[in-house]
Design a protein around this ligand. Structure first.
Ligand SMILES: [Mg+2]
Length: 413
């Protein structure tokens, strides 16, 4: 850009002539240093390049076996990490995950064989352009699915890198609204007997949560109603209680369930039907009488647009690790805001706490990390119902790579 550092023979800022050594003021020194600093910033920005990309797959055993109405018994989750290093030695971390071990190796494969070569040499500051480049390069096999997971991990790493470079925590870099984010404990507890359900809930209340989500979608609706009634009784009349059906029902079944739950002051019913049935969502919302949350299984901005414009959701619930990263998560949040809706989140709470802290229409943060906290230097803390967005630069997630090494997935080679 033709910007040059100041020459040593400085000229006074009022134009009155050369400055003698004895008359150099602090103001001139500061001005010169500021100019040189700005020069460095501009020249750095000009020459910034992605120098290396490292992607890894880990199969993380869950602390306890989990069950929901669709995914059945879960013993592991697959964690795919992406580390992007620029030519000045700064590194950004992104990650995504899948339920069980399914798909983890495919995501890693796409990162290694397709995405890596598309990223090397790119300017990591140009996140929107990189998103478009990846989206269209992978379009034929993508438009959601594995490609959205892989792009998400890359996009998160780029935003981490960019906010680190700006020396700001991610939530402030994104516009910063409030570092206090209300959070709920997302239980995966469909098969727990009621006494264990209540014991788990008490543990979550003791940890600082003041809102709880439980699974529904058992074989008989009356079993669900009995469990929801017991939970409402346990929590008292006002503490927010969400229920999550994990796409188990038909529209008619979901509507019947929503009506049955309406007596128990349910904050939202989550994923009542399959994610692609936007009109079905609308019907369940209109006829069931309780708010609907949905979106963890929508992996493109276009699907969210259809769901929101169909009037099928009260709480859009994008997951930054599968919707296309921070770039698309924010677009969904803005789309929700324009429709007068709050936005919530799914999984990866260490990332979503930043995004909700930067969203003027933030609803609850789902806190449930599949036990990833065992591998984090700074696990999320909850106090009196709120999580605090970290003040470390970037997203501030520091993984214990040595501990993860014990859980490394298959080598693609
Ligand atoms: Mg859910």
């Amino acid at each position: 850009m033709g910007v040059h550092p100041p020459e040593t023979g400085a000229v006074s800022t009022d134009g009155s002539g050369p400055i003698n050594g004895a008359t150099v003021s602090m103001t001139h020194l500061v001005s010169a240093r500021l100019f040189f600093y700005l020069y460095q910033q501009v020249s750095h920005a000009e020459s910034m390049k992605i120098q290396s990309i490292t992607s890894d797959l880990f199969y993380i055993p869950l602390p306890e076996v989990l069950t929901d109405s669709t995914h059945g018994v879960m013993e592991h989750f697959a964690l795919v990490t992406v580390r992007i290093r620029d030519n000045q030695g700064l590194e950004g971390l992104g990650y995504t995950y899948t339920v069980g071990k399914t798909g983890g190796a495919a995501i890693l494969s796409m990162l290694e064989y397709d995405i890596k070569r598309l990223l090397l040499g790119e300017d990591p500051n140009e996140i929107d352009r990189i998103f478009d480049k990846l989206w269209w390069a992978l379009h034929y096999v993508g438009r959601g699915g594995i490609a959205s997971f892989a792009i998400s991990a890359v996009d998160i790493a780029l935003w981490d890198l960019k906010s680190k470079r700006a020396n700001q925590p991610l939530w402030k870099f994104l516009g910063g609204v409030d570092d206090q984010v209300k959070a709920y404990a997302g239980g995966i507890d469909l098969q727990l007997p009621i006494d264990r359900l209540e014991a788990q809930t008490q543990e979550n209340l003791d940890r600082g949560f003041r809102a709880i989500k439980m699974k529904v979608g058992r074989d008989k609706l009356e079993e669900d109603v009995k469990r929801v009634a017991a939970m409402r009784d346990f929590l008292g009349p006002d503490l927010p209680l969400m229920v999550d059906a994990n796409m188990r029902w038909s529209v008619n079944q979901a509507t019947e369930a929503a009506k049955a739950f309406a007596d128990y002051n349910i904050y939202w019913l989550e994923e009542p039907v399959i994610p692609e049935d936007f009109q079905g969502h609308r019907r369940v919302l209109a006829e069931g009488g309780i708010p609907i949350a949905s979106g963890e299984n929508l992996h493109t901005i276009y699907e969210f647009e259809k769901l929101i414009t169909a009037g099928g959701v009260s709480y859009p619930e994008p997951d930054v690790a599968n919707v296309g990263g921070i770039t698309i998560w924010r677009k969904v949040a803005q789309m929700a805001e324009q429709a007068g809706l709050p936005v919530t989140s799914h999984g990866v709470h260490d990332l979503h706490v930043h995004l909700l802290a930067a969203a003027p229409n933030a609803s609850f943060l789902e806190a449930h990390g599949f036990g990833l906290e065992r591998f984090l230097e700074y696990p999320l803390q909850i106090e009196e119902g709120f999580a605090t967005a970290p003040s470390r630069t970037g997203h501030g997630v520091c993984l214990d790579w040595d501990a993860l090494e014990h859980h490394r997935g298959p080598n693609l080679n």
